[in-house]
Design a protein around this ligand. Structure first.
Ligand code: G6Q
Length: 585
């Protein structure tokens, strides 16, 4: 499909047969999806959805070049700042008109985004498939707030855990906490996976400049023993503390790595009691923590109303707090909270999560059927941010069943991916500029560098960000190419069609506060999308299926080669071949 010219809107998807999807026997989903009598919401059948479909036919042929020419204030009009967070969004390089925005806001209103947002903040059980409240916003609520779940105010519990974390982090940072042989702790290793890993990994990298540099931070997630080996091979267990992060404390990868760590510590130090000084846990499951041998006094709690991918500001962030210190951690929470307040109170047209959520829906469902979004942070410290966002967005909104238990009639969660600029410019940006696919981009930049990097070097970094946004939107015409000295015969190869949409997020500086606000922005953007698509953004039965399957397969690998299998012929042949060669080596 030619991107720069006239992409036809996708033909409306055939309405699916409204038969309930068969519940998977492997998940813990309730057999019958939660029904909401009298509320059969079918987003694609809403008049507001259909109005956007019609409108897309009109906007499809328009080029950003003409939109900017027609209104020289577009760049200063189509922008918004989330007050109190320092985050500024320029969305003018999206292929939208004022009318598009109005229609998108009407769709949001018809989908009851604000009512559902308020229900989330009030602690209602909006994660209906798991019958849970969704209260990551309580993790950053001030002490004075009241948020009830099942009649109990959870805010004091949150602050009690924060105090416990602060005390422990302070002891590690000051050297007061000693290892079993009396030596100071110099290495902190987080063992966890998915939501119990990606947030701390990203935050520790993003805020490295604020961290206590004498401490080494490492993260072990993969069940591949190489991950454990590489993280520990040059460390002294006597100077190492392990934080075992697992909401359930039953996750195969985490427990396997935690046991490997226990063995490493106990055998090297020749003392089973060493566990007490070298292991702490972050979990909701006290019983399993105790079974592992960790004293519950060294356990940091969180709650079932915190989803794994929404947990980096809970006790799961303990490694982050040790790295950057309690004060900086509090500043990060304040950033999250400032964005929560903005999301709760700003009108739609100035509300960043609402704008980004609805614009992504426009790109995904109406104008282009854009299948992916590239996240391009112009900050090397944010190099793990795209990976973090992949989980946040794709685990939340990668759903094909709506809240009524019916298949959806449209595309849901786009694929998020990315790399920091300027590195990506020297590889995959080619496809974004001149390929056949439409890839909306989020460009993220900061006005000031964090570390000792020179102002000149930072100017160059930001010049690249601005230039890329411009090139994506306006491209390069054959005339411009020829004027730049390209021979006429080669001009077509140098043409960039432009008309590639992008958001630019600009903040003053990458501080703990800014990082918190940035993460909360994407959390709430995901929420807005999930509400409009009428899906449960807070369950993850697909991920759980993987956990379940791996256990059965591991048992089969351990069984004798001749053992009977119930598996398909491909999987069973692969297992047998693996068993043969595994033995041979
Ligand atoms: C996140 C997911 C998933 C989860 C991991 C680890 O939202 O549910 O990524 O965080 O599977 O689970 P545990 O914390 O229970 O070990």
């Amino acid at each position: 499909m030619p991107i720069g010219s006239t992409p036809l809107p996708r033909p409306p998807a055939a309405p699916p047969a409204r038969t309930p999807a068969a519940p998977s026997s492997r998940t813990t989903a309730p057999a019958a999806p939660p029904s909401r009598p009298g509320k059969s919401v079918r987003p694609a059948a809403r008049p507001e959805w259909l109005a956007l479909k019609t409108h897309a036919v009109k906007v499809g042929p328009m080029h950003l070049r003409d939109m900017f020419k027609a209104d020289d204030r577009r760049g200063s009009k189509m922008c918004a700042e989330a007050m109190g967070t320092g985050i500024y969004l320029d969305y003018s390089k999206n292929r939208v008109t004022d009318e598009t925005l109005q229609l998108l806001f009407k769709l949001a209103a018809a989908s009851e985004v604000t009512q559902k947002r308020d229900a989330m903040f009030a602690g209602h059980k909006i994660n209906t498939t798991e019958n849970r409240a969704v209260l990551h916003v309580a993790l950053r609520a001030p002490k004075t707030a009241t948020i009830n779940v099942d009649g109990r105010n959870v805010v004091p519990d949150v602050h009690a855990v924060l105090d416990q974390m602060m005390a422990f982090a302070g002891k590690i940072r000051s050297g007061e906490w000693r290892g079993n042989s009396g030596r100071r702790i110099r290495n902190v290793i987080n063992i966890g996976i998915g939501g119990s890993d990606l947030g701390p990994v990203m935050a520790c990298e993003a805020l490295k400049a604020y961290s206590q540099r004498e401490l080494t931070f490492r993260f072990i997630s993969n069940v591949d023993g190489a991950d454990f080996h590489e993280a520990t091979r040059d460390l002294d267990p006597g100077e190492t503390v392990f934080i075992i992060c697992s909401k359930t404390f039953t996750t195969l990868e985490t427990l396997t790595n935690a046991n490997a760590a226990k063995q490493w510590v106990v055998t090297t130090m020749r003392d089973p009691k060493a566990v007490a000084k070298h292991f702490v846990a972050v979990s909701t499951n006290e019983e399993e923590v105790k079974k592992f041998g960790i004293d519950p006094a060294n356990m940091f709690r969180f709650w079932d109303w915190v989803g794994g991918r929404y947990s980096m500001d809970s006790a799961i962030g303990l490694s982050t707090m040790i790295a950057i210190g309690p004060e900086n951690f509090r500043a990060m929470l304040a950033g999250f909270h400032a964005m929560d307040n903005h999301f709760r109170t700003a009108p739609a047209e100035r509300n960043l999560p609402m704008l980004m959520g609805m614009l992504a829906i426009w790109n995904n469902n109406f104008l282009f059927g854009a299948e992916t979004v590239a996240v391009l942070p112009y900050s090397n410290y944010l190099k793990r941010f795209p990976a973090y966002l992949q989980q946040l967005t794709m685990e939340s909104n990668g759903k094909h069943i709506d809240l009524e238990g019916m298949p959806v009639a449209f595309e849901t969660g786009p694929i998020y991916w990315g790399e920091p600029g300027t590195n990506g410019q020297h590889s995959f940006y080619q496809l974004i500029h001149q390929g056949t696919r439409l890839i909306p981009c989020d460009l993220i930049g900061f006005c000031q560098p964090v570390d000792g990097s020179s102002a000149e070097q930072h100017d160059l970094l930001m010049a690249n960000l601005f230039a890329q946004g411009e090139a994506l939107a306006f491209g390069r015409t054959p005339e411009q190419a020829i004027a730049d000295g390209v021979p006429a015969a080669l001009a077509p190869f140098h043409v960039c069609q432009g008309n590639r949409p992008s958001n630019t997020l600009l903040a003053e500086k990458l501080t703990p506060q800014t990082l918190g606000a940035l993460v909360a922005l994407y959390e709430h953007m995901v929420f807005v999308q999930g509400v409009v698509w009428n899906i449960d953004s807070f369950d993850q039965f697909g991920v759980e299926l993987g956990k379940h399957l791996a256990k059965g397969t591991a048992a089969e690998i351990a069984a004798p080669r001749a053992a009977k299998t119930t598996r398909d012929s491909s999987t069973s042949a692969l297992i047998k071949r693996y068993q043969r060669f595994r033995k041979a080596t």
